[in-house]
Design a protein around this ligand. Structure first.
Ligand code: TMP
Length: 238
């Protein structure tokens, strides 16, 4: 597979064309950003860790029948993926209140939610990715139909239930996470982008230690060590 010119550079990944119009190469970067790139940093090896973590989690989800964009890994920090039109929504699923949810609604940090909460954020850096409701999504044509919105919520909940169980037996609370979906050339909705400690919150069940990008956002240090710990636990045979 020939990697060709750069198509797009995001905060976490670079996407390259290939000699096949239906496939692209996604390269995971070492850069870290927070608060809409007002805070930036880098950790050598972070991209490779996220690539490995995301690959493992996408394989797990595929084994439970979730369709994803992943075709195969190419090297430590790149994946070959199906080209999709990204739905411009960040789908966030939460099990425990923290982050923007506690700030917006005044819920005490660490409160276990009575059910898994699914939220949509409009992917627009200039607007700081605002929270949107179903009618905003339809009004702005962010999705084709109400049934697509229902499908995104259903997929979010199903992915949460698979990942939550998987991490629980590895001693980690999946606090919340963000996923993105794309539509392929045949109109299928595929899980796309990545699932990694950049896009999830993991708290150690015993110690409550944060093992995700909040270590960078909150200046707690040992970012890479935390990501290594997540990969180690994912690879544990349970
Ligand atoms: P939040 O509490 O800041 O809204 O974040 C919810 C989840 O979404 C958390 O796991 C981090 C993830 N997330 C991203 O992956 N990218 C983002 O730009 C933001 C704001 C959150």
């Amino acid at each position: 597979m020939q990697k060709k010119e750069l198509l797009y550079e995001g905060k976490g990944k670079k996407l390259y064309k290939t000699d096949d119009d239906l496939l692209i190469v996604s390269v995971f970067k070492d850069d870290l950003t927070a608060f809409n790139a007002q805070k930036t940093g880098s950790e050598v090896g972070k991209g490779a860790l996220n690539c490995k973590i995301s690959t493992q989690l996408f394989h797990l989800l595929e084994s439970h029948g979730i369709k994803t964009h992943l075709v195969k890994t190419l090297d430590d920090s790149s994946q070959l993926v199906k080209k999709v039109d990204i739905i411009p929504l960040e789908v966030v699923v939460r099990n425990i209140a923290t982050g923007s949810l506690t700030k917006r609604l005044g819920i005490k940090d660490g409160t276990k939610l009575p059910f898994s909460l699914v939220e949509f954020y409009y992917k627009d850096d200039a607007l700081n990715d605002p929270l949107v409701n179903d009618e905003h999504c339809l009004m702005m044509d962010l999705v084709k139909s109400e049934s697509d919105l229902e499908e995104l919520k259903r997929l979010g909940r199903e992915i949460n239930s698979i990942l939550k169980k998987f991490f629980e037996i590895r001693g980690l609370n999946l606090v919340d996470f963000k996923i993105e979906f794309g539509v392929d050339s045949e109109g299928n909705i595929l899980l796309s982008d990545e699932i990694s400690p950049d896009s999830c919150r993991f708290w150690d069940i015993k110690t409550n230690e944060k093992l995700d990008k909040d270590r960078f956002r909150q200046g707690l240090g040992n970012v890479k060590m935390a990501y290594e710990e997540i990969l180690k636990r994912i690879l544990e045979n349970k």
